[in-house]
Each structure stands twice: as C-alpha cells, then as structure tokens.
Design a binder for this molecule. Sequence first.
Ligand code: KIV
Ligand code: ZN
Length: 518
Amino acid sequence: MSAYENPNYVRVFDTTLRDGEQSPGASMNLDEKLRIAQILEEMGVDIIEAGFPIASEGDFRAVNEIAKLLTEPVVCGLARATRADIERAAEAIKPAKRGRIHTFISTSPLHMKHKLQMDAEQVHEAVVESVSFARRFTDDVEWSCEDGSRTDADFMCRCVESAIEAGATTINIPDTVGYAMPDEFAGMIAMLFNRVPNIDKAIVSVHCHNDLGMAVANSIAAVKAGARQVECTINGLGERAGNAALEEIVMGIRTRPDNLPFTTGVRTEAITKASRLVSTVTGFVVQPNKAIVGANAFAHEAGIHQDGMLKNAQTYEIMTPESVGLSASKIVLGKHSGRHAFREKLRELGYDLGDNAIQSAFKRFKDLADVKKEIFDDDLIALVDDEVVRTNDRLQIVSLEILCGTKHRPPEAELELEIDGEVKTCKATGDGPVDASFNCVKQLFPHRARLQLYQVHAVTQGTDAQAEVTVRLAEEGKTVNGQGADTDTMVASVKAYVNALNKLLVKREKTAPVALSI
Ligand code: KIV
Ligand code: ZN
C-alpha cells in the first residue's frame, strides 16, 4: 500500500523557502535555497513550496531550479488568483517530476473589503476562474482561502465546494494572522467535512501562523479533525511570529502515537541538520529552549534530573537525541587525522564535497587543528559551511591585522582585500575593533548598504571555540545575510561582512512579496 492510501498519513508541506523567506531579513540566495531543498528531500518532505514565481526573477529561478533538481517531493509554486501569476507559477514548475500550483485569495469580510476591494460574489468568481485556469497546467492544484480563520462559515463552505468542483485537489485553510484557538480551528475543519458535499474529492490542509503561539496546537487539532496535510517551516520560520514548526508537528506525531494515530513520511533524523542550515543561512538564531531543535532541548542540567537519566533515560527524556539526528558532540578528529578520515567524517555528517572543495576544506581543517586542540562535529560543520558560502566570491580577504585594547585607542585595523583579482590595502580606525575593520572594508569597497544585524555565536564551548558571525546588510530593498567562521572573532566578522557584500553583488532583483500584498 502506498503511503497516500493510508487514511492516517499526514502530508508534510514545507514552506520554509516561500513563507519562511518572507520573514523580514530571512532572504536566501539560489545556492542556499537549493541546499535547503535537498535536505528537505532527503528528509522525506512530501511537498516543497519553493517560492512565489511572479514575485521576482530570483523567486522564479529558485522554483524552476528546484523543480529541475528534485525527484521525490512535489514542487509547488505560489500564485494569486490572476492569470499572470498562475502562468508564471506554471512555467516555473514545468520541469518538476510532480509540480503543483498553489493559488489563493482572501475570503474574510475584512480582507475582501479593505485589501481586495471586492465583494463576495467577485471573490467567488475569482476562485472558480483561478482554479480552473491552474488546472490547464497541472492536475495538482491547491487552493487557499487566505484569512480562512476569520472567514464566514457559509461563504467558506461555498468557496471550498466550488474550488473542488473547479478542480482543486488540495484545499488549504490558513490561519493567516494566527488568531484561531485549537478547538475552534478543529471545529472549522470538522465543519468542512460535515457541510461540503464533495470534500472527499480533496485533501484538506492547514496553514497556521504563530502570532498567539498556537500554530502547532492548531495544526495538530486540525489533523485530529480530519486534515491530512500540514503546512509548516523549519524552525517555525515565517512572517511575524512565524509558521507552525515542522519539527514540532512531526515529532509530536512520532512521539505520541497513543494520542495521535497518524504517520508522516519524514525521516526525523535529518531535523537537526535542516534546522542548523536554515538558522545559519538566515541568521535567525534558534532560541536555546526551543522545542526539538533548541540547544537545551536535550540537555539535562538539574542534578535530580541527571540522577534519573543515569538510572533510566526515559525518566526525563520522551524522545532520544538520535531520533532528531543529534549525536553527542564528540571529539571527531585531531591534528594527525588524514584526508581519508576527514572525507569519511564529512560524509557521515552529510557533506559530499567535490575534490577541490575537500582539498581546501582539509587545509582549513589542519589550520584549525593547529590552534584548537579538540575538533568537534560542530567545528567541522561550521568549517564546511564557511567553505561552501565562499565559492566564487569576488571579494576575498587576504589578511587582517588589528590593534586594540586599553593601550590602543582608537582601535586600528589594517586589511588586505582582493577585489576581482586585484589586492588593495587600507588602514582605518573605529569605535571598536569590529567597527575599525568594517571601516577598512568600506574604504576599499565603497557601498551604500546599511548594517542591519551583527551577531556572534560560539560554535562549541571553551575559549578556543570558533566564532560564527552573521552580518545582515540591506541596500535598496535587498537584504542579504553573510556568514563567517573562525577561531578569531575579528576574522570571522570581516569574513561575514565580505560574504554579505559578495551576496549583494550577485543578488537577484527581488521585489519583496509584501509589495504584492500577499
Ligand atoms: O498565511 C497565509 O494565508 C498564506 C497563504 C498564501 C497560504 O501564506
Ligand atoms: Zn502564511
């Protein structure tokens, strides 16, 4: 029996690359989206919403490239209820083995009046027209009633019935503003099953935002009421307070089969890797006490808990760290480890690098082993991520010297930067060492980008830990996140700054989807 024939199979629809990316500051470039899409595929996600093709060239390209690359999941593109949007989405998903068009329109009185300036009849007509039009391009059409949780019940039933009649195969009910409570949201889903005569012809889906912290609870309540698709994002990334967190829904289902007799196709062991990648790429740090993927989610500090854990892990642990792909951070390699062991360890961590990338990563590993006695899994992940983000950069750091401390006021930085093959040097001062080195970069490569975020995170414990730095820059409506890792925090900072500038240089023209009044 295929998974989809199982009436209790819940389809996982990941929208990290679309709704997640709409989160201010969380922009990702094509390479980063492809890496995330590959992990989602590896994880066994059923549907990947890869972007909003009409929003920008970059979004179109991301959906199109992901559609070419992936073979397992359905690749989906979002479209408003207009022919132009739907044609663009159809074009983007064309190469997909299985492609979906997801079209939506607001149905709540508030949105229809103020946002759309349409009456209910016009919206209903647009539902039928948009779904029928989308069906010309694919058999897999999802229809969403935006602001569903604040929509009049009779009107929702009428639109859902018409959307199915017009050919929608998935009906998605969004709690767009995160307003619903679990019992009433479940009631809304149950109502569709009771009142819409053709509801059995479609899969009912839910899409919950987290404004009141209810996104996961609402999604689970909806599944109990009959929904068989949940829309969610890694780390709960998304607009405002975010979307329902994929890892929480999936682990809830896996951990509580007694209460939730459902299954998903997600290989939960890939969760930690996906969470780290999304956090690194976006610069959105996961709070330490976040369920499933927070740094403390499996830490047991209290003496009484540790005592219980030693006697029987189940005393305080309802899931194993291994079930989400978290292995105890081990010392993995040392100064004397060879290239073969290094390559094997990277494979084990899920990185399959080409020969050139391995060569350069191995050299950096040796340099790291010279300054840091113990190299952990997390060190290698940071090192390889750092390697991957720097490929094809036009600006490269050659050297950095900094004078600072109580006797060196103001702090002074000297930087050698290679710009398109030409090495340039500069000295600058600043309010602190980071400011001084960033001033050097600005002198050597003048630009108008504004610094929106500077964030330092220690990869492992101890004073010899590598620093992982995120720098967010914004220029003319475009936002990029640069990353850098090094045992020297200043070097990591300049790497992150230069990486962000490199990304700005290649940044696609991206109109913020907000401008399209999603
Ligand atoms: O939150 C929302 O309503 C959406 C729709 C486009 C599904 O993201
Ligand atoms: Zn949404």
